[in-house]
Design a protein. Structure first.
Length: 328
């Protein structure tokens, strides 16, 4: 039996504090006072018999017990949200959206084709796409704000409670404008890198450790003009109008390189290659529209790898085979 002292507000408040990592920020999102948030968390801790948050310097962090409870609290809120959405759908004929988190590389190269294929299925279901860093997207997936994440495989400690399906592998490139000084024949890229602004993945990104190791292995210990960004729009505009070097996942700039608007420097980045795929909560059961969208994502990823359009028939008549592979 579920303890009847636990109310919806306890779950909602706990999940929001966990997401914001701040009582003050959670109070602002929930439109309640900070003392009210603190009181609700204390009530929840009394029911559970353990602390779910602890002080961390000037902030707070979730405890081991809190992290365990978060997986189930997020799933419970998701189930309630889906229940409300289903009732709304029955009353108004308006299906809840499928909420997808996608890395910038996926948003620019995979999702446009995948969504086009999905719309052709005429499910009547809306799609919401959120772009951001892998860690942020996984946190939103964990608490139920997203149904699926398409991105890089995260570190093992971040994959607890998730399943991952590999789609393809991707590595980073050193991208510059056409005619950049470092693109000259026999010019050492790593020796001259410190003389130019360098756009880098942020510290929290999955690919940053790979990039750091690559630079150190090639004698680059420090970059005096380093700019961290997750904005592909800024990176693209800045590189086109300057001598900056953009270290970015290849999929983000693949179309720009193919069109000749940007160029990839002659750098061996094979050590940065990593798997990209579908991440879901292990306790989630995809709806039919979500299963169809997942299949169109698989087909779009496969088509990008082959650099040709996907030839297909309706997914309603041709469901995916076991193991998540597209049928031949």
């Amino acid at each position: 039996m579920i303890d009847n002292r636990i109310k919806f507000r306890h779950l909602q408040t706990f999940v929001e504090v966990a997401r914001q990592k701040s009582v003050m920020k959670a109070a602002g999102v929930l439109h309640v006072s900070q003392p009210a948030v603190t009181k609700t968390i204390r009530e929840l801790e009394q029911v559970l018999g353990v602390a779910v948050f602890e002080r961390d310097g000037r902030g707070i962090r979730i405890t081991r017990h809190g992290d365990v409870f978060l997986r189930h609290a997020g799933a419970a809120l998701t189930a309630l949200r889906q229940g409300f959405d289903s009732v709304s759908q029955a009353l108004h004929g308006d299906a809840p959206p499928i909420r997808i988190g996608a890395l910038p590389t996926v948003s620019s190269r995979i999702m446009p084709h995948a969504v086009s294929l999905f719309l052709a299925e005429d499910t009547g279901v809306r799609v919401k796409i959120v772009t951001g860093e892998n860690a942020v997207l996984l946190e939103q997936l964990r608490i139920g704000d997203l149904d699926l994440v398409v991105g890089r495989l995260a570190a093992p400690e971040r994959m607890t409670g998730f399943s991952f399906e590999h789609l393809y592998s991707e590595q980073v490139v050193f991208c510059v404008r056409a005619g950049h000084p470092l693109s000259a024949p026999r010019r050492s890229v790593f020796a001259g890198l410190a003389g130019f602004p360098v756009l880098m993945p942020t510290q929290g990104s999955v690919i940053r450790p790979f990039v750091d190791r690559l630079l150190i292995a090639n004698g680059v210990a420090k970059l005096p003009n380093q700019i961290e960004t997750v904005s592909d729009a800024f990176g693209r505009a800045f590189v086109r109008s300057s001598d900056a070097v953009w270290i970015i996942s290849s999929g983000v700039v693949a179309n720009d390189i193919e069109s000749g608007q940007l160029a990839a420097l002659a750098v061996d980045t094979s050590e940065t290659k990593g798997p990209v795929g579908l991440t879901m909560r292990t306790d989630a059961v995809p709806s039919l529209p979500q299963s169809i969208l997942m299949q169109t994502i698989r087909e779009a990823a496969s088509a990008v790898g082959r650099k040709e359009p996907a030839n297909r028939t309706s997914l309603r008549a041709r469901p995916a085979q076991a193991g998540g592979q597209s049928p031949e």
